[in-house]
Design a protein. Structure first.
Ligand code: CP
Length: 308
């Protein structure tokens, strides 16, 4: 097993499949009366969040607690970061407190990689800037595999604000490793030139959502990240929704078995309508539940729970 999980590219097919299989075992714990395993008793997991999060922060905390680890939740807001303390000094402080794993979300792309150079424990990237979010990709792959029975040969459309999406980058890397075909769909302003070839050969780009929908097994809608947009990338929210939003009529053009996914949080009415988000095809709530099992598997495998 790898020591850190910083990128979707850290996982070869064998390791990714081991994580997904382990997550399936972890999922059985959620159905028990006592949702706990002793696997990481005596180990300490630090959640180090410099950026807002609901799903990722809570599910890493739940995952660590279900494995009986001690959990320290650190939020930059209200900490000595506000007094100017650097990431390195913060990391060394946490290490001095005995962190075996540091789960980090940071607005700077590459911050988890720097952290991995400074601390002795394992580092898990919980989202760095517009770069990567590998555990989101793992839980997305887990959800696809549990619903559709396989990943190899699936056609997945990732739609919307690819430019600012760490979810898209990690998904392209992981899904390609696991044999799925990915098509990136969105306005030309939101799909970086050469991104498809740079991430994974075989990845396609299409600017016409309607042309792609009848041919996909999964459509993954991305949040339009208005907070990261300094300039205007499209004429208006209404125009964006008209061209690239998934609404009821578009959803009905998907093949009968196709799934609708979204990593959350959603802009309801922009990239996805409530009718679609709340439909039986939507796996959005299931993705959140699967996130706990997948993050249990990641912490368990990184911290050597299977070797103890
Ligand atoms: N999908 C995701 O990363 O959600 P949060 O920002 O709420 O963690």
């Amino acid at each position: 097993m790898i020591r850190h999980l910083l990128s979707g590219a850290d996982l070869d097919a064998g390791t990714a499949t081991l994580v997904l299989d382990t997550a399936a075992e972890m999922a059985t714990v959620a159905g028990r009366e006592v949702k706990k395993l002793p696997a990481l008793r005596g180990r300490t997991v630090v959640n180090l969040f410099y950026e807002d999060s609901t799903r990722t922060r809570i599910s890493f905390e739940a995952a660590a607690k279900r494995l009986s680890a001690d959990v320290i939740n650190f939020s930059a807001k209200g900490s000595s970061v506000a007094k100017g303390e650097s990431l390195k000094d913060t990391a060394l402080t946490l290490q001095a407190m005995g962190a075996d794993a540091v789960v980090v979300r940071h607005p700077a792309s590459g911050a988890p990689h720097r952290l991995a150079e400074w601390v002795d424990g394992s580092v898990v990237n919980a989202g760095d800037g517009t770069h990567e979010h590998p555990t989101q990709a793992l839980l997305d792959a887990y959800t696809m595999r549990s619903r559709l029975g396989r990943l190899d040969g699936l056609h997945v459309a990732i739609v919307g604000d690819v430019l600012h999406s760490r979810v898209a980058r990690s998904n392209v890397l992981l899904l390609s490793t696991l044999g799925a075909k990915v098509t990136l769909v969105g306005p030309p302003t939101l799909i970086p030139v050469d991104i498809a070839a740079a991430l994974a050969p075989g990845t396609d780009v299409c600017y016409d959502l309607d042309a792609v929908l009848p041919d996909v097994d999964v459509v993954m809608m991305l949040r339009v990240q208005r907070e990261r947009m300094g300039d205007s990338y499209f004429p208006s929210a209404r125009e964006y929704a008209r061209r690239y939003g998934l609404d009821g009529p578009r959803m009905r053009r998907l093949p009968g078995h196709a799934l609708v996914m979204h990593p959350g949080p959603m802009n309801r009415g922009m990239e996805i309508t409530p009718e679609v988000a709340d439909s039986p095809r939507s796996t959005i709530v299931e993705q959140v539940a699967n996130g706990v099992s997948v993050r249990m598997a990641v912490l368990y495998l990184l911290l050597g729970g299977n070797n103890r």
